[in-house]
Design a protein around this ligand. Sequence first.
Ligand code: NDP
Length: 333
Amino acid sequence: SREIRLASRPSGWPVPENFELAEVESPPPGEGEIGVRNLFMSVDPYMRGRMNDAESYTPPFRIGAPLDGGAVGEVVVSRSPDLAPGDIVTHGYGWREYAVLDAGQARKVEEIPGVPLSAYLGALGMTGLTAYVGLLDIAHFKKGEAVFVSGAAGSVGSLVGQIARLKGASRVVGSAGSPEKVAYLIHDLGFDAAFDYRDGRIREQLAEAAPDGIDVYFDNVGGDQLQAAIDELRMYGRVAMCGAISVYNATEPVPGPNNLFLAVGKRLTLRGFIVSDHQARLPDMIAELGAWLREGRLVSMETVVDGLENAPRAFIDMLRGANTGKMLVRLAR
Ligand code: NDP
């Protein structure tokens, strides 16, 4: 089978030459291990940080070693009493067609009729948990409040806006990087208003989209949009600091918001979080989002690229906004 390795570390934007496709002979699973044929793998913005040689909340990828990341696959060999061939599992050994891992590192998932297995990498996986925890537990969103989410047509953002709407937000505003995405937010996802941040005038556009201000800002991008949100937040507003994709490929330090002092008078809370600390909420999230998916009330959008060899391209394209909803690579059918 094949795997993708880190060939070199990018400086600024990653390029295809930073990745290498390799043919490997997988060892047979040992005692307590399973062999999994991967069906889908996830490409995620945080992987950009792991390509740098810098310690963060996840260790850096090693040059010459396979990358890893979320995947869903089918158990084909099992030497564990806990899992059997045919079981569908999620695990952290993506970027390869076949993975051998300890059974304890895999989580068995149930197939929900009408919901594709890929949803376990999107709405019913890490992405869904990020949106759910960030909005409800970190930003403490309550019914009747106005929410602004950036990166709104992306994987996390599209769920944040929909959860806010389904839980009774007074207004849901999103930003995204093209007129098509803006139309998608309003017509397909039920956002009340949306704007294209590439048009500039971010503060004015946000003020027009949320004339009474916002109570919650779910920040996926940082930079100018964080600054605009601080301007538009109301008293006691909260910011869930989820990511800052506008700076992930920067080679120089990026200036921060110049209006942070407003947080004092408005009594704002800005709080960062990492989804892996919140695994305990996974059952609640799956119960709630799973029900909405089954009932057809939640749209779980995916952009699917076929073939392991195209995973680096999918990753690079995702960083540039080629995806609507979750960016996935299909490895087998
Ligand atoms: P997305 O599906 O949102 O894909 C990334 C999107 O970012 C692109 O589609 C693009 O959309 C947008 N983007 C790229 N460059 C910029 C820019 N300069 N300014 C604004 N938007 C930009 O990815 P995810 O949903 O997986 O992740 C969203 C955010 O959440 C990321 O910051 C990620 O790091 C973070 N995250 C954090 C977690 C945590 O535990 N804290 C867990 C998971 C994700 P467009 O066309 O609109 O520009």
